[in-house]
Design a protein around this ligand. Structure first.
Ligand code: ZN
Length: 420
């Protein structure tokens, strides 16, 4: 008889997301595998049993089995954050007042603020300073029920040593922190000022110097580009993504955030695992992404914080059969918040997604945006024992009662790593 190491019992609402290990689209995005009166048993870092009522007779317990009573609570897979700019120096609260006064971001940028001030602060910060700042954010994310986080480089902007420093901090945090970190190289986040009139030369540097070293040092799994008017063009983005793919780095793309440049179409063409932002996506872009099964990672916190009254057309995307994931986009400029639960509420309030679609978007679909759907994102036998317990009577309550932290307990690889 197998002995369970941990048992969560009397679960009022257990959301399993059981089903195929692939991104869920269309109506599938609402199939959350709800069990009322559920039970989950773990064997170390793996899930041993998920079902109703009591443990089956084939599974035993011992003196050292940990029991958690989840009466009146909601249990879900550990939440997954597929898009953050976690490792960075400084903060930008000094721009908050300017923003409220209506000062344009481009004017802030021209005065050396905006992303350039984060670049400056990240360059100046030591490995240890960046590590401590990012650790604080990761602790917060864990407290919100998050067990896996993607972290991008991208604040070197031409200074490769800073890019490497960011990715090394992410690597060290992955080893020391309970949260699993997945690293993305984003050398193409902005064009350095000295290359503004010859950006192709900078693209060559990324392709010939940076990407080969990132791949050789195994500092990242993904390669991402900010494809946008005035940043990197479609052709430049294609070159960078394909050069990364040739080195084994899977492609992601910041696409169609501000203008419909054709970023979504490009993401489908080159076979990106995910396309992100998509506030200005075209009809064709939606079709292309849906056809190729690319996960659309939407970032409603950024829409909320930018206050431009625009958001990604999530309903259209779901109708077109496009799998949707949600994330914070945590970064010091457009979304300085680690609160994924708030983003879930915004997924409903701003993007008009149903609570069922939202929970899928931060579990199995978010895992799929990171290529981790085989091991994470749903509660099924044999998958990783990453589990969040929320002190709410049901999922709707969690999204409706917005802005606060509902987490009761977080389990990572079978161990309790956070308790209220
Ligand atoms: Zn981003």
């Amino acid at each position: 008889m197998i002995k369970a190491s941990l048992v969560i019992e009397n679960i009022d609402n257990l959301i399993t997301l059981r089903g195929e290990n692939k991104p869920r689209c269309g109506k599938e995005q609402s199939r959350i595998g709800l069990i009322q009166g559920g039970l989950v048993a773990l064997d170390g870092d793996k899930i041993l049993y998920v079902g109703e009522g009591k443990l089956p007779s084939t599974i035993g317990t011992g003196e050292d089995t940990v029991f958690i009573d989840a009466r009146g609570k909601l249990v879900t897979p550990g939440l997954v954050e597929p898009h953050t700019h976690l490792v960075h120096g400084g903060s930008r609260e000094h721009e908050f007042k300017l923003k409220l006064q209506g000062v344009d971001y481009l004017d802030i940028l021209a005065a050396g603020g905006g992303i350039y001030s984060t670049v400056e602060a990240t360059r100046k910060a030591s490995h240890e300073e960046l590590y401590q700042q990012a650790k604080k954010s990761l602790d917060r994310m864990l407290a919100y029920g998050v067990t896996t986080v993607e972290a991008k480089s991208g604040y070197g902007i031409g200074d490769f040593a800073t890019e490497i420093k960011q990715m090394e901090v992410a690597r060290d945090l992955n080893e020391s922190h309970p949260i699993d970190l997945v690293s993305t190289f984003m050398g193409a986040h902005a064009v350095p000022r000295e290359y503004l009139d010859r950006s192709d030369d900078f693209v060559d540097i990324i392709i010939n110097k940076m990407l080969p070293l990132v791949a050789e040092k195994r500092l990242a799994v993904f390669n991402d580009v900010f494809c946008e008017e005035g940043v990197f063009t479609i052709d430049q983005s294609r070159r960078i993504l394909q050069a990364g793919q040739a080195l084994g780095l899977r492609a992601k793309l910041h696409a169609d955030e501000i203008v419909p440049l054709g970023g979504a179409e490009l993401a489908a063409e080159v076979g990106c695992i995910s396309a992100e932002h998509l506030m200005a996506i075209s009809e064709q872009g939606i079709k292309d992404l849906a056809q190729k099964g690319v996960v659309a990672v939407l970032l409603p916190g950024t829409s909320f914080n930018l206050q431009k009254g625009r958001a990604a057309p999530a309903r259209k995307m779901i109708q077109a059969g496009l799998p949707i994931a949600l994330s914070t986009d945590y970064n010091p400029g457009s979304c300085p918040s680690e609160n994924l639960q708030f983003m879930m509420s915004l997924g409903s309030l701003l993007l008009k997604m149903t609570p069922d679609e939202v929970i899928t978007a931060v579990t199995i679909n978010a895992a799929a945006a990171l290529g981790l759907e085989e091991e994470k994102g749903s509660l099924e036998v044999g998958k990783r024992a990453d589990i969040a317990i929320f002190d709410v009577p049901n999922l709707e309550y969690m999204l409706y009662h917005f802005g606060v932290n509902h987490t009761d307990t977080v389990i990572k690889d079978g161990k309790i790593v956070y308790q209220k």
